[in-house]
Design a protein around this ligand. Structure first.
Ligand code: NAP
Length: 237
């Protein structure tokens, strides 16, 4: 059985849950801020081949993150957690000289600190899992090597977001160093048509997610600490 915890009410997270539930062998625990409003997510319960459990999680509220073990322990029973997927993210338009410090902190709290704490509290469950994989959904915008490549961002755009993803990348690498027995990947899903990616994005969620699932399920110990695209290609740091 593949057991997976991820954050998912819409966008990439929702499509990930959908595709993971195509296998009757998969048990998915999807976390979201307001389960009662997550209509599309809850609807998957009736069509899914695998089993889906939805729990409440607000990643910026650290008490909410610390309550996750209590919520998932009865679902998992004797099973460990095979995969933890840190997917939730927010993006605001700002630059180094226009950024609002509160928005900057909120972005870091959601995109970096929340995933760090969720990983900490999930470690005992990952330790009991067979796969022991952590997937952090990052972005190519977190790459310093690629920061000059995007014309519309050359004047410093998406600063808070990009910094939060660079930090998530480093968090991934630090975790790989601390826990070489885990397989930890930081990954860009591509530019995907979601609320965050916008209508001009080039990828349908379906295509991106099929790639993500292939990358993370086939990842081995030698891949741990890598910064990858949904196609499996390495992204320069
Ligand atoms: N789309 C792209 O082109 C693209 C490109 C590169 C990287 N990414 C990354 O992919 C991930 C998913 O993005 P997306 O495109 O699917 O975005 P999205 O459609 O805007 O969905 C964002 C998801 O994050 C959740 N979320 C946001 N803040 C949260 C919080 N404080 N606590 C719990 N959940 C929270 C949202 O839940 P609610 O429904 O409750 O708001 C929603 O499920 C993000 O990490 C993003 O940075 C996306």
């Amino acid at each position: 059985m593949l057991v997976c915890l991820l954050r998912a009410s819409r966008g990439i997270g929702l499509e990930l849950v959908k595709q993971l539930l195509e296998s009757p062998n998969n048990l998915v625990i999807a976390a979201c801020r307001t389960p009662e409003k997550a209509v599309a997510l809850n609807a998957l319960k009736s069509s899914a081949k695998g089993s889906l459990h939805v729990i409440r999680l607000e990643v910026t509220d650290f008490d909410s993150v610390r309550a996750v073990p209590q919520a998932i322990a009865p679902i998992l029973g004797e099973h460990g957690l095979d995969y933890l997927i840190n997917n939730a993210g927010i993006a605001r338009q700002d630059t180094p000289l226009t950024l609002d410090p509160e928005v900057f902190l909120e972005t870091l709290r959601t995109n970096t600190v929340g995933p760090a704490l969720l990983t900490q509290v999930c470690i005992p469950f990952l330790d009991k899992g067979k796969e022991k994989k952590v997937l952090n959904i990052s972005s190519t915008l977190g790459s310093i090597a690629k920061a000059d490549l995007f014309e519309h961002l050359r004047s410093g755009g998406a600063a808070s977001y990009s910094i939060s993803k660079s930090a998530l990348n480093m968090l991934t690498y630090k975790l790989k160093l601390e826990r070489p027995d885990l397989i930890v990947i930081t990954l860009c899903p591509g530019w995907v048509k979601t609320d965050l990616g916008g209508e001009n994005a080039v990828l349908e969620a379906k295509e991106s997610i099929a790639g993500i699932i292939k990358v993370i399920t086939s990842a081995t110990a030698t891949d741990s600490g890598k910064y990858l695209s949904y196609t499996g290609e390495a992204i320069p740091w």
